[in-house]
Design a protein around this ligand. Structure first.
Ligand code: FES
Length: 393
């Protein structure tokens, strides 16, 4: 497989707030920009003392009408990638980037009204969605929660999209601790946090789709708020700042007994989800669509149903053989549903954390890995069995 990475020149660095900077990236080969879906991210190869590392950053704008891709990145004091981008990468320099990926994307086939709920730099994928919504006919509400105006990025861009929509897009800003300058300039609509009163006063009764992105505590609070207002979990898509499992599981509290089943997978237990925040350091992880909750027992029973194809996965070291009946999307999900806890991080075929040896058989990829493993190895987060496969797990 050809190297998916392509060289881009940093054309401009634009400071968007005290901690967030946008990076305008132009293809060095003069070729076209990539197609993307609103909400997706780019994977950057970042130089590091021990060799390049991969970091992913949400695209905050669409390519239409531009000569560059734009990512907007918060400088994290401990973030290797964000510090390098902010402090070292200079305009004119070149960086290697892989094409847009990610399943946290705007459902463009839907006609339902949309609520975009951003906490801090979580606005970046949602802003790309807002750009797309600005060219359509759907009603949209964009709610930004931030500490204050100093750290609130891209406010004017959101306001311009709302102002140009003829009232179809409504934007609201909530500052937890506004400064005197914020008050003087009336830069925010509400003080405190996004709460039930604010959402009820903002949103007419309707059948909303919600897209949620921000720090985990914000996301958990919003999840509880939204589901408490009667919005079905299946209508709430979300993306974590770092690697997360299921928001409903986090909201329900730790422990397998309280972890509901989502669609065809049993989410990782909350503490494990939170423990996996080391790979993705920006709002760039998967937002797994949630279906209506069931029970762990129901999911386990479904996993055990036989399959006509005869495909199965043997987890050799665990002494477990499971039929592949389509109840899981990937081998990793199948393993988790059976109570195994394989290593993972990105769940998107980027980081290779989930790589394991194949003793017999083969897998096929649901999502192409960014850096395919060698012969006799598999990335279980993005693959399914091709017939019977025996894994060293
Ligand atoms: S968990 Fe990252 S490649 Fe599988």
């Amino acid at each position: 497989m050809a190297d998916p990475f392509r060289r881009f020149r940093l054309a401009r660095k634009v400071s968007e707030s005290a901690c967030i900077t946008s990076f305008h990236l132009v293809p060095e080969d003069g070729g076209p920009l990539w197609d993307m879906r609103p909400g997706q991210y780019l994977t950057l190869r970042i130089p590091a003392p021990s060799g390049p590392v991969l970091r992913t950053y949400s695209l905050s704008a669409l390519p239409e009408g531009r000569d560059h891709h734009r990512i907007s990145v918060k400088r994290e004091p401990q973030g290797l990638g964000s510090r390098w981008l902010h402090d070292q990468l200079a305009e004119g320099e070149v960086i290697e980037i892989a094409p847009p990926r990610g399943g946290f994307v705007l459902d463009e086939a839907s006609t339902r009204p949309v609520l975009l709920l951003a906490g801090g730099v979580g606005l970046t994928p949602l802003l790309a969605m807002l750009h797309r919504l600005a060219t359509g006919a759907r009603r949209a509400f964009f709610v930004q929660a931030a500490e204050n105006g100093e750290v609130h990025a891209l406010r004017d861009e959101v306001a311009a999209l709302a102002a140009g929509s003829g009232g179809r897009i409504i934007a609201r800003t909530v500052y937890r601790a506004p400064t005197e300058a914020d008050r003087a300039a009336r830069r925010f609509d509400a003080e405190g946090v996004v709460d039930r009163t604010l959402l009820q006063s903002l949103l007419p009764l309707d059948d909303y789709e919600v897209y949620l992105c921000g720090p985990t505590p914000f996301m958990v609070a919003m999840w509880k708020l939204l589901t408490g207002l009667g919005i079905a979990p299946a209508r709430i898509a979300y993306e974590f700042f770092g690697k997360g499992g299921s928001l409903a599981a986090l909201a329900a509290g730790p422990g397998p007994a309280s972890a509901p089943v989502h669609g065809n997978r049993i989410p990782a237990r909350a503490p494990k989800s939170l423990a996996k925040l080391e790979f993705l350091t920006d709002p760039d992880a998967l937002g797994l669509p949630d279906a209506l909750p069931g029970t762990v027992a129901e999911a386990a029973a479904k996993q055990a149903e036989p399959t006509e194809s005869g495909a199965e996965v043997v987890f050799a070291r665990s002494g477990l053989t499971l039929p592949w009946n389509g109840a899981s999307r990937t081998i990793l999900e199948l393993a988790e549903a059976a109570g195994l806890e394989p290593e993972f991080s990105c769940r998107e075929g980027i980081c290779n954390t989930c790589r394991c040896a194949i003793r017999e058989g083969a897998v096929e990829y649901v999502t192409d890995p960014l850096d395919p493993p060698g012969p006799g190895q598999a990335l279980i987060c993005c693959s399914r069995p091709a017939g019977r496969v025996v894994l060293d797990l």
